[in-house]
Design a protein around this ligand. Structure first.
Ligand code: NAP
Length: 251
């Protein structure tokens, strides 16, 4: 039986699904490092966890910057201990027609949504190998499964996440480490609200949602529940999987 409290790291833990996941993992008994580019949001989420009797640490880093990632992981290590659960959740969206995507825009999307996960995962995996136990959960997107207009750069990165998940699962399985991905559909977070505005869905949002088998936006807590399952002790024989949390929308 596990006696020492496990430590989880949730990137993008300051808002939306990351916040819900950090809170869920804390309720499940883990110490949680809340990492976000937005320091104040990370601080507030960590403070809320601590106020509810949990153990949390806020750290700020842009995951697309390796030095910032390495500093943050060293701090987590020193203050909470070795990391055994990693939720690669931080991400950014953008809507630009393909012919208008600039090199900077492309690099930023890939830099945060794909390379950022590589930096964080590479910094954390040695802890998991040392423990011969680990859970990595990568947050991809429904858009990578079905495609999304004006989001070629975003979906390319999110598709890369799925391939990374499967390859890493094969590489790390013998070390007691599982690697799975969650593909959220339309989840009610600050990002989704920006998406609704940017895609000018406005009044059409009800029609879009009505076309889903479960005709509503998903809740951040519902994605957190799927992630928490992959993070659990019981999920030790489940790896290289992609779980859609999307209201049943066909893929
Ligand atoms: P959100 O509401 O925008 O929250 C994401 C958090 O990550 C924010 O606190 C954000 O800070 C932070 N962040 C952004 N860039 C970062 C970076 N470079 N380094 C560290 N932290 C960073 O997003 P969400 O909707 O919860 O999305 C969570 C994940 O799910 C993302 O990977 C997203 O692509 C994916 N997803 C979302 C949906 C959806 O419908 N919401 C659907 C499919 C997939 P700032 O706010 O300061 O940028």
């Amino acid at each position: 039986m596990q006696t020492q409290q496990r430590v989880a790291l949730v990137t993008g833990g300051g808002a939306g699904m990351g916040e819900a996941t950090a809170q869920r993992l804390a309720r499940d008994g883990l110490a949680v490092a809340v990492l976000d580019i937005n320091q104040e949001n990370a601080r507030q989420v960590a403070a809320a966890i601590t106020a509810s009797g949990g153990r949390a640490l806020a750290c700020s880093a842009d995951i697309s910057e390796r030095a910032q990632v390495d500093n943050a992981i060293a701090t987590i290590h020193a203050q909470l201990g070795p990391i055994s659960v990693l939720v690669n959740n931080a991400g950014i969206e953008d809507f630009t027609p393909f012919t208008e995507i600039s090199d900077d825009n492309w690099q930023r999307q890939i830099g945060v949504n794909l390379t950022g996960n590589y930096y964080v995962t590479q910094a954390v995996v040695p802890d998991m190998i040392a423990q011969q136990w680990g859970r990595i959960i990568n947050i991809s997107s429904f858009g990578a499964q079905v495609g999304a207009p004006n989001m070629v750069h975003y979906t390319a990165a999110k598709g890369g996440i799925i391939a990374m998940t499967r390859s890493l699962a094969q590489e790390l399985g013998r070390q007691g480490i599982t690697v799975n991905a969650v593909a959220p559909g339309f989840i009610d977070t600050p990002m989704a609200q920006r998406t609704i505005a940017a895609a000018k869905l406005g009044e059409n949002i009800d029609a879009v949602l009505a076309s889903y088998p479960i005709p509503r936006l998903g809740r951040p807590e519902e994605v957190a529940a799927a992630t928490a399952f992959f993070a659990s002790e019981e999920a030790g024989y489940i790896t290289a999987q992609l779980l859609g949390v999307n209201g049943g929308t066909a893929v």
